[in-house]
Design a protein. Structure first.
Length: 193
């Protein structure tokens, strides 16, 4: 079987990713208002983690946005312009606040997201689970975590990251996983033969 990059999915246009991304940004910003570590950088990572986790579990992402490999991790395509446009239309605000020796860019929603228009209850539950899972991480920690994801590793800087890469892992198998695979090989036969 021959493989080509044409077989990879970088974006789900049929989902209307720009509209869905906008509403997800509003939802995550609203949900993270009390997170002192929440920033523009952390927002980008939460979007990526929610989309790729949904793709892994259900075969389709939540926003369907294209993600690009930047030096500090995956970000939605045209991310800064999306945020700037949302800020110009008064959908979000971005407040610059001191954060240790740096400046944190905190994104906050100025309008309510239209969740029912685009998302199922399962979509929002998954996003909320991702927000909760990474609540205690700051932008640097979540960026470091995203650099360990295989999807981020397979793309070059400024290239899109294929959704299918979220299905791969370079983590070693656990003893339980090896035992389960051995049992499946007994039942279904050895794929090598």
């Amino acid at each position: 079987m021959e493989f080509s990059t044409k077989d990879l999915t970088f974006e789900f246009q049929e989902l209307d990713p720009s509209a869905r991304l906008r509403e997800l940004i509003l939802h995550i910003a609203n949900s993270s208002i009390d997170d002192p570590r929440f920033s523009k950088v952390k927002l980008a990572k939460l979007l990526y983690l929610a989309d790729t986790e949904s793709f892994r579990r259900f075969g389709k992402p939540i926003s369907g946005s294209k993600y690009i490999k930047w030096p500090f991790g995956p970000v939605p395509d045209d991310y800064n312009n999306v945020l700037a446009h949302m800020e110009q239309e008064h959908a979000i605000g971005i407040r610059k606040v001191p954060y240790y020796s740096q400046e944190q860019h905190r994104v906050f929603a100025l309008i309510e997201p239209e969740l029912n228009k685009f998302f199922s209850a399962n979509d929002i539950r998954l996003v909320d689970d991702i927000i909760h899972q990474y609540w205690n991480m700051n932008a640097t920690e979540i960026s470091d975590y995203s650099h360990n994801l295989l999807g981020w590793k397979v793309a070059e800087i400024n290239e899109p990251i294929p959704y299918e890469s979220s299905l791969l892992s370079d983590e070693p198998l656990s003893a339980d996983e090896i035992a389960e695979l051995q049992e499946l090989a007994k039942i279904y036969g050895d794929a090598r033969g």
